[in-house]
Design a protein around this ligand. Structure first.
Ligand code: DX5
Ligand code: ZN
Length: 221
């Protein structure tokens, strides 16, 4: 089952609530919210206060991607604000099990994120504790970047590992996904697709989401 998660990073920030309602009506399955602190990544975006006020406009799951230093300090704030899924990077987190447990205890679903240059074996110790992994397909920090082609093999390898272990793993991909490559990533094994510029930049979000969905199944729907 393919899920489409528009990233609001590419939306009009002066009208965030309306933008979320717009993609909800257009058929989004969840909303991807990018939290950046200007340290872990060069950009700065939103925090729990904004997420809390956006929580009022939709019942779609909030998929919160934390690109911040010391994420443990803010997990409960993000869950209280309405995060349903919290994704934390392995690159800045020496106590990943603790963070994963904290996310679960707070009542959200944990997911672990790898940057493009981080090898899959960084997941070895935690793959038994999560049922979702986010593979970055661009270096995080900005929307509108180009998909890194070598990530297709990485997705395939992770899917093969999950199948071998009998795991029902959600593999989310994030960065540079558009109509030209969505079939590559879903064929390789990704099933949760983040798209910012492709959806918010389209003249008609509904048409774009349905085209993405169609291509994600190889045109077979
Ligand atoms: C990048 C963010 C992405 C970004 C994707 O650091 O994690 O979620 O918004 O944007 P597009 O789809 O435009 O590459
Ligand atoms: Zn993201």
């Amino acid at each position: 089952m393919i899920k489409i998660a528009p990233s609001i990073l590419a939306s009009d920030f002066s009208r965030l609530g309306e933008e979320i309602s717009r993609v909800e009506r257009a058929g989004a399955d969840m909303i991807h919210l990018d939290v950046m602190d200007g340290h872990f990544v060069p950009n700065i975006t939103i925090g729990p206060l904004v997420i809390k006020s956006l929580r009022k406009v939709t019942e779609l799951p909030f998929d919160v991607h934390l690109m911040i230093e010391e994420p443990d300090r803010y997990i409960s704030d993000f869950v209280d604000a309405g995060a349903n899924i919290i994704s934390v990077h392995v690159e800045n987190n020496p106590h990943l099990h603790r963070t994963i447990e904290m996310i679960k205890e707070c009542g959200a679903r944990p997911s672990v994120v790898l940057n493009p240059a981080t090898p899959l074996n960084a997941l070895d110790a935690v793959l038994g504790s999560v049922d979702m992994v986010l593979l970055m397909t661009v270096d995080p920090g900005f929307g509108g970047q180009q998909y890194i082609e070598s990530m297709t093999d990485k997705i395939r390898e992770l899917r093969q590992t999950a199948v071998k272990r009998g795991m029902k793993l959600d593999i989310e991909v994030d960065g540079g996904i558009d109509l030209s490559n969505i079939w590559d990533v879903t064929q390789a094994g990704a099933n949760v697709i983040v798209a910012g510029t492709t959806i918010f930049g389209a003249p008609d979000a509904e048409e774009m989401i349905s085209s993405l969905r169609q291509k994600a199944y190889g045109g077979h729907i």
